[in-house]
Write a protein that binds this ligand. Structure first.
Ligand code: FSX
Length: 365
């Protein structure tokens, strides 16, 4: 771990006190915290040492790293990456071959028990040769590197829940990080890929407070995954009025009506896309005219088709069983009138509710 504190490091880089406080404000907003906490964040950061971060990539498409790097300085992302010591990252590091592996081993040795391990990608269990780095299987590298980690951040739906490699028929026997490592705190930052500001917001939280953010029951930071896309969608008023696009080029689509009937999975997807948006707040899929595909939820590839409306029963269990019966506007509205806690319990607990039960919940609330 670098010997200088973050405050010293940023001052050495020429950052003024004013810019430092602005940096802290950006962190606060990145972590979805109140601006009132900025002085506390500043105080904590002044004294903290930049943590060593080891980033491992297993079975994935590199979309998570691509997402992370889609930023233009001076964004919060750029600043955060001045604030940590990224000691190993397959894609971003300059070193290669033996030198790269030596960097990982050195970082592990020097910072044992203190470094943050970031993992993207799933781990193949069916054959150690399916995915290797420097001749080391993903399974062995994960186990070896996790030993000295203070905490693990599973970035992307592949690392968090298995993702695309685990999709039926899961040819490599892919599993998420949490299936292998059970004795370390794990934060799941799901999304395929995850929103960059959410990745950096989580790192900022660990950096500032030295601990884990509040997590939901899927291990995701509640500040970013606490509400569904549907809850915060700007097209929601059209849903409430029963105004739906029926095709991607009809009048409803042109008027920006709700995409529920075109397969939008916003009602069963918990993520921050509708609020943080993408590309520095430019837009998000629904704003671009395409329904949410549910990429931050477990097994989203097997949900039943990206263009399959939730209103059509799919025969699937879990979330689709809950919302698959939410046919049409009237019942859909009843489901969404459900008490929030009950609704979340139903979604996250994969509880199967019958149509009658859903209607009853809607009427009672
Ligand atoms: Fe998976 Fe990430 Fe999707 Fe790709 O590292 S979450 S396939 S965006 O790259 O792991």
């Amino acid at each position: 771990m670098p010997k200088n504190t973050l405050g010293e490091h940023l001052r050495q880089q020429g950052m003024s006190r004013r810019s430092f406080l602005k940096f802290c404000s950006l962190l606060a907003s990145g972590m979805a915290l109140s601006p009132a906490l900025v002085p506390r964040i500043a105080q904590a950061l002044e004294a903290t040492r930049r943590p060593s971060v080891i980033w491992l990539s297993f079975q994935e498409c590199t979309g998570c790293t691509e997402s992370l790097t889609r930023s233009h300085t001076p964004t919060v992302e750029g600043l955060i990456f001045d604030a940590i010591s990224l000691d190993y990252h397959h894609t971003l590091q300059a070193a290669s071959g033996h030198a790269a592996e030596a960097a990982r081993e050195e970082a592990m040795k020097e910072n044992f028990g203190q470094y943050i391990l970031v993992v993207d990608g799933s781990i193949p269990l069916d054959n150690p040769g399916f995915s290797t780095i420097a001749g080391i299987s993903n399974l062995d590298m994960l186990k070896e590197t996790a030993k000295g980690a203070a905490a693990i951040v599973a970035v992307g739906t592949c690392a968090a829940f298995g993702g695309l490699p685990k999709a039926n028929p899961n040819p490599t026997g892919a599993v998420p990080v949490s299936d292998i490592i059970t004795d370390k705190p794990i934060i799941n930052v799901s999304g395929c890929p995850p929103i960059p500001v959410v990745i950096t917001g989580v790192l900022a939280h660990i950096l500032t407070f030295g601990g884990l953010p509040e997590l939901d029951d899927l291990g995701r930071p509640a500040a970013f995954y606490g509400q569904s896309i549907h809850d915060r969608c700007y097209r929601r008023p059209f849903y409430e009025k029963g105004l739906f696009a029926e095709t991607f080029d009809d009048e409803g689509a042109k008027k920006g009506w709700c995409l529920y009937k075109l397969g939008c999975k916003g009602p069963v997807t918990f993520n921050a896309c509708a609020t943080t948006k993408w590309n520095e707040g430019t837009s998000f899929p629904i704003e671009s005219g395409h329904g949410c595909i549910g990429c931050s939820e477990p097994d989203f590839w097997d949900f039943g088709g990206f263009y399959e409306a939730l209103s059509r029963p799919t025969g699937q269990t879990g979330k689709n069983a809950v919302y698959g019966v939410a046919a049409g506007t009237a019942v859909g509205a009843a489901v969404w009138a459900m008490n929030r806690a009950k609704k979340e319990e139903a979604v996250r607990g994969h509880e199967k509710l019958t149509m009658d039960e859903l209607n009853r919940e809607g009427e009672e609330s």
